[in-house]
Design a protein around this ligand. Structure first.
Ligand SMILES: Nc1ncnc2c1ncn2[C@@H]1O[C@H](COP(=O)(O)OP(=O)(O)OP(=O)(O)O)[C@@H](O)[C@H]1O
Ligand SMILES: [Mg+2]
Length: 493
């Protein structure tokens, strides 16, 4: 299939999002779409598949003008879309999620569960996914949910597959599987639009790249004719030298200490300390138990045994409220479920956990609330029409920035960051790192879980590695290398 989008315009109310974008997808190519958070990448694809209506512009498919009335029609015409925001129905089973809207039935009208199961199994095998089809989807990890979405799209026999940030929640192993599948699809003439902020991936699997900035296309190039540096420059419109700001840590006293923490079947005998002004990176494969340990510290899940000390004093943390009161903040990996109230304004989301600081006398001081929110919006370069915009309509990366803004304002003593830069563009990533440095300069202790090794290496003063629920090693920032971490993370010595 060959797709051509020409001179596309789109505004949401007063907010002009796309102004004259052109994009061409050839048969059998993997075409990267890159641009900063809010540049309009997801919107462009939503226009192609008919979720939104064009203001003006032309879409041609195989040379003929064609406009879909919605995603369903696009899918029937061979275009599948793996969305950035996962569309999992948490109360339904994995199988039900895979076939939602296209259940198969027998001649008599009964659901043909056997056939659906067989197809699902086959697809999961191709992707080396081992999730039970009967499992409640909401109980699956974010990474598993992403694999479900990928499998779902692959089962449609599409000619074009749009992948919007497909790997943000995946492990290296899952990513390799996905890349294998992409190569196979390409051989069969399937075209892929690949949206990602991970430059390494783009250069590994894509044939061409289109860069967008501020709702316009900058240009399209063949991957072999360009490099990281040039792409970043086109994206941000200026030179960006270092990916990680320099750190000058001055570790103080121990703020957080976890002793002998265990949770049956999840992690055991985990113990570590974090000092004031320190960034401790937590590495490990997806599913190693990293997030679960953080959730327990924050009081989201109970510990079976073990103790947590804050400033040398034993802390009883039974619920997030207790953790908050002790000065612990938690930026979760899953912004959709835990991080944000999507149907509240960005002002409300950022100000919510900080309410007490604007209402010392019991009523809210709206002026200082707004000043506070404004400052954070500027600092994190959050792209939004106004402070009253609902978080739901922000681009994926800007939602992530909003989660961070919300917690930074609280001024925690200990800040736990779980995948803090997932889906965030290069420029904003650097801004987040800079903020982390400022926080540690003020004595905040940071615990950062990340699946991106360069980020762990670039920002951590110490690295803890978790393997199958156990602390398999601890490395100082100087001693940490990609190889050492990977060895510990996979259980080697
Ligand atoms: N339904 C909507 N209503 C109002 N504004 C919207 C809507 N969808 C997107 N926007 C706005 O359009 C702009 C572009 O958003 P889009 O999601 O296309 O960005 P993106 O390039 O995909 O960014 P990211 O890398 O963060 O995913 C943003 O400023 C966003 O707030
Ligand atoms: Mg997007």
């Amino acid at each position: 299939m060959h797709i051509e989008m020409k001179d596309i315009y789109k505004a949401f109310g007063q907010n002009r999002v796309l102004s004259g974008v052109s994009f061409e997808l050839k048969e059998g190519e993997v075409h990267a779409l890159m641009g900063e958070n809010g540049a309009g990448k997801s919107t462009l694809m939503n226009l192609l598949t008919g979720l939104y209506k064009l203001d003006s512009g032309i879409i041609k498919i195989d040379g003929r003008e064609m406009y879909f009335s919605g995603p369903k029609e696009a899918e029937q015409n061979g275009i599948a879309f793996i969305h950035q925001e996962l569309n999992i129905w948490p109360e339904m089973t994995v199988l039900e999620n895979l076939f939602i809207g296209r259940e198969m039935s027998s001649k008599l009208g009964f659901l043909n569960t056997k056939k659906m199961k067989a197809l699902a199994k086959e697809q999961f095998e191709k992707l080396s996914v081992s999730i039970s089809l009967e499992k409640e989807a909401g109980l699956c990890s974010v990474g598993q949910q992403q694999m479900i979405e990928i499998a779902k799209a692959l089962m449609t026999d599409a000619k074009v597959i749009i992948m919007d940030e497909p790997t943000a929640a995946l492990t290296d192993r899952e990513i390799n599987k996905l890349f294998g599948v992409i190569a196979a699809l390409k051989k069969n003439g399937v075209s892929i639009v690949y949206i990602s902020h991970r430059m390494e991936e783009i250069f590994e699997i894509c044939d061409r790249i289109t860069v967008m900035r501020d709702g316009k296309t900058i240009d399209t190039t063949n991957i072999p004719d360009t490099d990281f540096h040039e792409v970043v420059k086109k994206m941000v419109g200026r030179e960006l030298t270092e990916r990680y700001p320099e750190r000058h840590p001055k570790p103080g006293p121990i703020v957080l200490e976890v002793k002998n923490a265990s949770k049956k079947g999840v992690f055991e005998h985990v113990g570590f300390q974090v000092r004031a002004g320190e960034i401790v990176g937590v590495s490990g494969l997806m599913g190693a138990g990293r997030t679960e340990i953080m959730r327990a510290i924050f009081g989201l899940d109970p510990l079976d045994s073990g103790d947590i000390f804050i400033n040398g004093k034993k802390a009883v943390i039974k619920k997030p409220g207790d953790a908050l009161q002790k000065g612990i903040g938690f930026i979760t990996e899953n912004r959709k479920d835990e991080g944000l109230v999507l149907d509240a304004s960005i002002r409300e989301n950022i100000a919510l956990p900080n309410l007490t600081s604007f209402s010392p006398r019991g009523w809210i001081d709206h002026k200082s609330e707004l000043e506070f929110v404004d400052l954070l919006l500027k600092r994190l370069m959050i792209k939004t029409a106004s402070t009253e915009t609902h978080v739901r309509s922000l681009s994926g990366g800007n939602q992530q920035k909003a989660v961070i803004a919300k917690w930074i304002g609280i001024g925690p003593k200990v800040l736990i960051l779980d995948e803090p830069t997932r889906g965030v563009d290069v420029g904003a990533k650097r801004e987040i790192y800079q903020l982390m440095n400022e926080l540690t300069d003020r004595g905040v202790a940071i615990l950062m879980v990340s699946s991106e090794l360069p980020e762990i290496l670039g920002m951590s003063d110490r690295v803890l590695v978790i393997h199958e629920g156990k602390l398999s090693g601890e490395l100082s920032g100087h001693d940490a290398t990609q190889e050492r971490i990977m060895t510990l993370a996979t259980g080697g010595l």
